[in-house]
Design a binder for this molecule. Structure first.
Ligand SMILES: [Zn+2]
Length: 351
């Protein structure tokens, strides 16, 4: 005990001297493992970001544990996709992390937003249904017709100029869901992954200028890695392009849009509500009609519904994981997750 008391000031002195040249890394908190992975890439050599959602949990409905709430309370900055993905997180950030910088990645420059991939996605909500039906008729066809870079930019510029203001006005009125009709699964397009890397680096540099160069260099290196990743994915999915499949929930529109493959539908129409018997009957008819080769279950969702829907259709059951439930957290999770989607799709559809 005596010895410890004697030694402590020396150790403390050394520790503070050693800490002098580089400032301590900020406390960074992210919502889901893929965002944590991109933040870990940007912070490599500087610090490690935390993630609120544990592996295997679905972001669409979740109750934070006390340890996760404590993490949020300690945050200097919170990076999250947006309330369209994690409606429960918005109030939590406001009450627990009021002093932290809150960055919604759906609003980040360069992140291209898409409508949900399927008609009637929000069948559980009549107001949304009308909205969606209107969007499907007008915008969706255009969106699919234009795939080159210029049109993407236009799409985004339009959103920034027109929709965005409306959405914010809307938000002030009812306090939530201002991206409610945009698909929140933005990370599943590596081009959005690159935009997220740039946003992470820019916002981290603002609160931690001492490490700004490291963040910038990491983001640039990470972006080059994602270009290489996209080229690998392209090669993997090319042979199975045009083959019919269904997914467990409507999460893959960004991936499909980027790599020009498209599911014929998903078993669960809504992220929040499981399908009823009538829906399962309809989806089974659709699977037969389209000659679906595969239906993809997810680690975060009950596989029974997809298996029931596929019964008697001849479709194989395989798994897709949009969140990286079984992957080791860290900088490698994101590219492994994206390449894993391509491999899972191609492995099942090529059989
Ligand atoms: Zn989802």
């Amino acid at each position: 005990m005596k010895r410890r008391l004697f030694r402590f000031p020396l150790v403390a002195a050394f520790a503070s001297l050693a800490a002098l040249p580089a400032a301590a890394a900020p406390e960074v908190v992210t919502d889901i493992p893929p965002v944590q992975s991109l933040a870990a890439r940007v912070m490599q050599g500087v610090g490690a970001p935390a993630s609120i959602l544990p592996p295997g949990a679905t972001p669409h409905g979740y109750s934070m544990r006390p340890s996760e709430a404590a993490r949020l309370e300690a945050a200097d900055i919170v990076f999250w996709v947006g309330e369209g993905l994690t409606p429960w997180l918005e109030d939590a950030i406001e009450s627990l992390a009021a002093d932290a910088v809150s960055v919604e990645l759906m609003e980040a420059p360069g992140v291209a937003l898409l409508e949900f991939g399927e008609e009637g996605h929000a069948d559980h909500d009549d107001d949304h249904k009308d909205e969606r039906a209107h969007k499907e008729d007008d915008d969706h066809k255009d969106e699919h017709a234009h795939k080159d870079d210029d049109d993407h930019k236009d799409e985004h510029a339009h959103k920034e100029d027109d929709d965005h203001k409306d959405q914010h006005a809307h938000k002030e009125e009812d306090g939530h869901e201002h991206h409610g009709d945009m698909d929140p699964h933005i990370w599943l397009d590596p081009a959005n992954g690159k935009a997220i890397l740039a946003e992470l680096a820019a916002r981290l540099a603002e609160i931690d200028p001492a490490n700004a160069d490291a963040y910038k260099a990491n983001a640039a290196a990470g972006a080059a890695e994602l270009d290489a990743l996209a080229a690998r994915v392209e090669a993997i999915v090319a042979p199975v392009r045009g083959k019919a499949f269904f997914t467990a929930h409507d999460a893959y529109h960004y991936f499909e849009h980027r790599f020009e493959i498209e599911s014929e539908g998903s078993v669960a129409l809504s992220d929040a509500a499981p399908p009823g018997p009538a829906r399962l009957h309809d989806i089974r008819s659709e699977m037969r009609e389209h000659g679906a080769l595969c239906v993809f279950i997810e680690p975060q969702l009950d596989p029974k519904l997809a298996k029931t829907a596929a019964e008697g259709t001849g479709a194989r059951i395989a798994a897709l994981d949009p969140l990286g439930a079984d992957l080791e957290p860290g900088p490698g999770l994101y590219p492994t997750l994206i390449e894993g989607l391509a491999t899972s799709l191609a492995d099942c559809l090529a059989q």
